[in-house]
Design a protein around this ligand. Structure first.
Ligand code: ADP
Ligand code: 5GP
Length: 209
């Protein structure tokens, strides 16, 4: 059996650059990026099954009822959730899995997977956040306002994360996130089999076998 993969939760204010960092990570490394389900409408260029699985509210509620989601949350008027099956499968196969989700979801994942590593992405400043959200050009002024208000509430979650990565220079932020996840493999808790093997063999040695 391969060693289980690392489960990484990546969260941050809307416009922080999470999506951009995820794209770079999967372009450069063999991560599995979980595709979430959502009830929000696709943005221009978004493809069903690639950025998100786009669903109606009824379909989404059915998935909740059937226990198909690891976690779900409401964000600025829409549902978002992480499909369970693919994530569990990929982790079991030893792949490192990325969940790009908001913070209530992040907390729920930590409860179910205490070994998950939680990474918070933030832009260097409020001004930069606002200008990135505006510059992306995918939301109306009202929607941007709602997302900035939500960001104000989300600050409270920052302290619950394991790491904060400032996305100032993109390449640097991508490398930092990759390094954090890579280092998780070297945690003692990820080597319990090795410890048990050593313990058994050295125990035998002590008994003169
Ligand atoms: P999120 O997924 O966190 O909502 P995006 O990845 O969509 O954010 O990024 C928001 C905007 O900021 C996009 O237009 C993106 O091109 C831009 N962006 C992302 N990272 C950087 C960066 N390091 N420097 C400058 N602009 C960035
Ligand atoms: P957007 O509409 O900008 O794509 O995403 C809005 C917010 O929803 C972002 O903070 C994003 O991380 C979060 N999100 C995306 N997928 C999920 C998910 O499966 N679960 C949760 N809880 N949040 C998600």
């Amino acid at each position: 059996m391969p060693k289980k993969g690392v489960l990484a939760v990546i969260s941050g204010f809307s416009g922080a650059g999470k999506g951009t960092i995820m794209k770079e990570l999967i372009r450069q490394y063999p991560y599995f990026l979980s595709v979430s389900a959502t009830t929000r409408k696709p943005r221009e260029g978004e493809v069903n099954g690639r950025e998100y699985f786009f669903h109606t509210k009824e379909e989404f509620e059915h998935m909740i009822a059937e226990g198909e989601l690891i976690e779900w949350a409401e964000y600025v008027g829409n549902y978002y959730g992480t499909p369970k099956k693919a994530v569990e499968q990929q982790l079991a196969e030893g792949k490192d899995v990325l969940l790009e989700i908001e913070m209530q979801g992040g907390m729920l994942v930590k409860e179910q997977f205490p070994e998950a590593v939680l990474i918070f992405i933030t832009p260097p400043s409020y001004d930069e956040l606002k200008s990135r959200l505006q510059g992306r050009g995918t939301e109306s002024a009202e929607e941007i306002e709602r997302r900035l208000n939500r960001a104000g509430e989300e600050v409270a979650y920052m302290k619950s994360y394991d790491y904060i990565v400032v996305n100032d220079e993109l390449t640097e932020a991508v490398n930092r996130v990759n390094n954090i996840i890579t280092d998780e493999h070297y945690r003692v808790s990820n080597s319990m089999d090795l410890i048990a093997d050593m313990d058994r063999e050295l125990g035998r040695h002590a008994e003169g076998e």
